[in-house]
Design a protein around this ligand. Structure first.
Ligand code: UGA
Length: 352
């Protein structure tokens, strides 16, 4: 079930409640009701109470939590080969049923109580957000002291206690999961009487990171108004057309707000972008997005942007300026190819 966000940041449980009631109305014999949505901790207990209160006739049931850890773009692989399966169960019948279901995957299965399973999902997503904000904060330092965040991340990530994953500095995290789940976890903690200041800082760094990217564009162009900016990548990450909470939205809003003409290409998100930004000039490939542009900004790290015909690109552009929000290019190589290249967290002199 979808668990969207209310204006307050809390999770909207209306869909979950509807389904719980509907299950209750149809329950005639034992059923195991499995909660897979990302829900606030203790929702399992509430679902059990809701079902109990709506039963038409007495029928046995259990509720279990089996959080879903799929990522957009790699969902099938994540399902078939998960790092772990978490089963939050209370009672042997529920445990045996779920265990038998997942056993064929031959992956680590963690069995916990329901509340702990619910917390594992929130704690994991917020930890991932924290890693991204951490490296983005390091990127800010790198820009101020002349270090390269890619090298710093590599050196940090080889320590298995830290790990390489999710240390890519960039525009900040987006999508329909990390930002929403972070807000929800902060709210849940508040309701439990704990002020999760660490996560508030994670959120603030993420917002700051998006603003900081727009100000890079402003600093490089000096005057944004009336200029043509080419954009490569709109989706919140590669291999999806999803633009929900995509950092690209903030950047395009900024550019359009300043009076720039934005021409963009994304391998999958063009329809979504046209719906969100009717004034955006859609392009059929990266070269069309670069044509006549005073600056090319990279907002999603699609593989196909990594190897382009750079001499063709340079000739098409009005000025050879690339501002790379995903650090997909090597600054020295770009310099050699005749571009002024600005990445994220890539040294004091990255702009020259
Ligand atoms: C995320 C989690 O990674 C999944 O484990 C979880 O199951 C899922 O949410 C969910 O709750 O359903 P997803 O939203 O598909 O998955 O996307 P991620 O791959 O986590 O990326 C989220 C954002 O972080 C993207 O905008 C991406 O560009 C950004 N990111 C990621 C970085 O900026 N740096 C990184 O190093 C990694």
């Amino acid at each position: 079930m979808g668990t969207p966000q209310k204006a307050t940041g809390e999770t909207d449980l209306a869909y979950v409640e509807n389904v719980a009631r509907s299950i209750a109305r149809h329950l005639v014999s034992y059923r195991l009701v499995v909660e897979k949505s990302t829900v606030p901790v203790q929702t399992g207990q509430w679902v059990a109470q809701t079902i109990k209160a709506s039963l038409k006739k007495a029928a046995p049931f259990d509720v279990a939590s089996n959080p879903e850890f799929l990522r957009e773009g790699t969902a099938i692989q994540d399902f078939m080969k998960p790092d772990r399966v978490v089963l939050g169960v209370e009672g042997k019948r529920a445990r045996d049923l779920l265990y038998a279901l997942y056993k064929p995957l031959e992956v680590p299965i963690v069995v916990t109580d329901i509340t702990s399973a619910e917390l594992i999902k929130h704690a994991s997503n917020s930890f991932l957000s924290m890693k991204i904000s951490y490296i983005n904060a390091i990127a800010q330092l790198c820009e101020r002291c002349g270090a390269d965040v890619q090298q710093v991340a590599e050196g940090m990530g080889l320590d298995p206690r830290i790990g390489k994953a999710f240390l890519n500095a960039g525009l900040g995290f987006g999508g329909f999961c990390l930002p929403k789940d972070l807000d929800a976890f902060i709210k849940i903690s508040e309701q439990l009487g704990y002020d999760f200041e660490l996560l508030k800082a994670v959120r603030a760094i993420n917002e700051q990171q998006k603003l900081s990217f727009s100000s890079k564009i402003q600093q490089a162009l000096r005057v944004v108004k009336g200029k043509t900016v080419g954009v490569l990548g709109l989706a919140f990450k590669p291999n999806t057309d999803d633009m929900r909470y995509a950092p690209a939205i903030n950047v395009i809003e900024y550019l359009v707000g300043e009076g720039a003409t934005v021409q963009a290409f994304d391998p999958q998100a063009m329809n979504e972008a046209a719906r969100l930004f009717p004034r955006l000039r859609p392009c059929k490939d990266p070269y069309e997005a670069a044509r006549g542009a005073e600056c090319l900004v990279i907002l999603t790290e699609w593989n196909e942007f990594k190897e382009l015909d750079f001499s063709r690109l340079r000739k098409l552009m009005r000025q050879p300026l690339i501002i790379d929000g995903r650090n997909i290019y090597d600054p020295q190589r770009m310099c050699k190819l005749g571009f002024r290249y600005i990445g994220v967290g890539r040294g004091r002199d990255a702009a020259h």
